[in-house]
Design a protein around this ligand. Sequence first.
Ligand SMILES: [Zn+2]
Ligand SMILES: [Zn+2]
Length: 166
Amino acid sequence: MREYELTFDDHEPIGVPLLAVPSDGAIYVDLRIEAVAQGVLATSKISADAIGECTRCLDPVTFDIDETFQELFLYQVDYRQKPKGKEIEVGDEDELLEMEGDFINLDGPIRDALVLNLPVNPLCSEDCEGLCPTCGVKWALLPEDHAHGAADIRWAGLTDWKGPNS
Ligand SMILES: [Zn+2]
Ligand SMILES: [Zn+2]
């Protein structure tokens, strides 16, 4: 068994359109590699910060990613000929990854761990009320009775009135 602590901070942005780990955002990977009969078992904890915008009010949003994954990489040779080490339960072999010679490619598993649990519609807070559609100011910053006159035609005649002293 071997353990690695890796940090990647120079990569393409990884995420969904509204929320992503920026290209210089650190991705921390705690990795444990174990030899098993069929190949190599990789167990990993991944953490990173995705940043983006609240879909309702456009305020900046930071989302903590903390995920784990486990992947079995099969030896390219037919391991069933000479099993050694403990054999672990595997599911559908078609879905398993294969080693590439002495290498395992963790690009896909790391990417999936980062992306698959990101919210598609990130919010600054669960109860964010968003923006007033007319003036674009956050509802949270506006008085409770904030309104625009457009819907109220009864006052339209006052638009040009300058006040009692004019
Ligand atoms: Zn918001
Ligand atoms: Zn408004």
